[in-house]
Design a protein around this ligand. Structure first.
Ligand SMILES: [Ca+2]
Ligand SMILES: [Ca+2]
Length: 307
């Protein structure tokens, strides 16, 4: 998501309520049935549609949340801004390297303490020789680049996203960078792998565990500055975006219709030692426990299921 941009959520349909419920939001605005967006507390009825809006952050790599609450139940709509593309030698931080950068570097070398030096020059990676100073090395590097005497290392890959897609996998993606011949993926500070694609996955991870990644672009002239690490937590075992349990009725209130047709032929996958008749639809928990109400008015929890 670009900086300072309006982001709109997918539309949700309110279900499972029998009378009007209160609706409120923090960090954004909401619209009922396509009406005007507002951040004022209101009421919503069963079957209404709601979308949420928020403006993305003005800073790079920043997540902002809009929290919608309907009848005491909250859901969060999050938006993360793109990572910044940083060029080694871009002293004034305007996204390109030219004589203006060399002039600023030469003025700094002369002790003039010029304005226009990117304020985070010590940590952003623009410092050519990492000595925490802007001076002769930067001026020479920039002048050589401008004169065509040296090749330019690629900028940091932009648009870096880190997404946990299962309990053991995190997907990484970024934007192709001009001049790059490949990309290096760093995991918790250590080189994980080198790829030529603009996306990759890290697999074999532990569930419910936080992992942090960075990426650089490289070519024959060198490697870009590393992107600030972005972290994600692998999902809890038994749940993944692509394997959501196709619950009967489509939602917990059983008011809708499941999007999945389900299996069209029956295969006996398991048996249990529950001997009474089932009276309710079975529901599966993320811990793989299956719950079913029996005709004896007891709730049975069936564990040890391999799915
Ligand atoms: Ca510049
Ligand atoms: Ca320096």
């Amino acid at each position: 998501m670009a900086l300072n941009t309006t982001a709109t959520s997918n539309q949700i349909t309110v279900g499972g309520i029998t009378c009007a419920a209160s609706i409120s939001i923090t960090g954004g605005t909401y619209s009922i049935n396509g009406g005007a967006y507002t951040n004022a507390t209101g009421t919503v009825s069963n079957g209404n549609t709601v979308t949420v809006r928020q403006t993305s952050s003005g800073s790079y790599s920043t997540k902002t949340d809009a929290v919608l609450t309907i009848g005491g139940v909250s859901d969060t709509f999050s938006v993360t801004t793109v990572t910044e593309a940083i060029f080694i030698g871009d002293i004034n931080g305007n996204g390109k390297i030219d004589l203006a950068d060399a002039i600023v570097a030469l003025k700094s070398l002369s002790g003039l303490n010029p304005p226009g030096i990117r304020s985070d020059y010590g940590s952003s990676g623009i410092d050519v020789n990492n000595d925490d100073k802007i001076g002769l090395e930067e001026a020479l590097y920039i002048l050589q680049l401008v004169a065509g005497l040296r090749a330019e290392a690629p900028a940091t890959p932009a648009g870096f996203t880190v997404t946990a897609t299962s309990s053991s996998q995190i997907d990484l993606a970024w934007t192709a960078m001009t001049g790059a011949i490949g990309y290096k993926i760093y995991k918790n500070g250590n080189l994980l792998k080198t790829v030529t694609t603009t996306s990759t996955s890290d697999t074999g991870l532990n569930a419910s565990t936080n992992y942090c990644y960075s990426v650089t672009a490289y070519n024959s002239a060198g490697e870009s500055v590393q992107i600030s690490q972005i972290c994600a937590t692998t999902l809890t075992i038994g749940y993944s975006y692509s394997q959501i349990w196709p619950m009967f009725g489509g939602n917990a209130q059983h008011t809708g219709q499941a999007s999945s047709l389900g299996p069209q032929t029956a295969n006996l996958a398991m048996t249990s030692n529950v001997t009474v008749k089932a009276r309710t639809s079975p529901v599966i928990g993320i811990d793989k426990t299956i719950y079913v109400g029996g005709s004896d008015n007891k709730l049975y929890a069936i564990t040890g299921v391999s799915i």
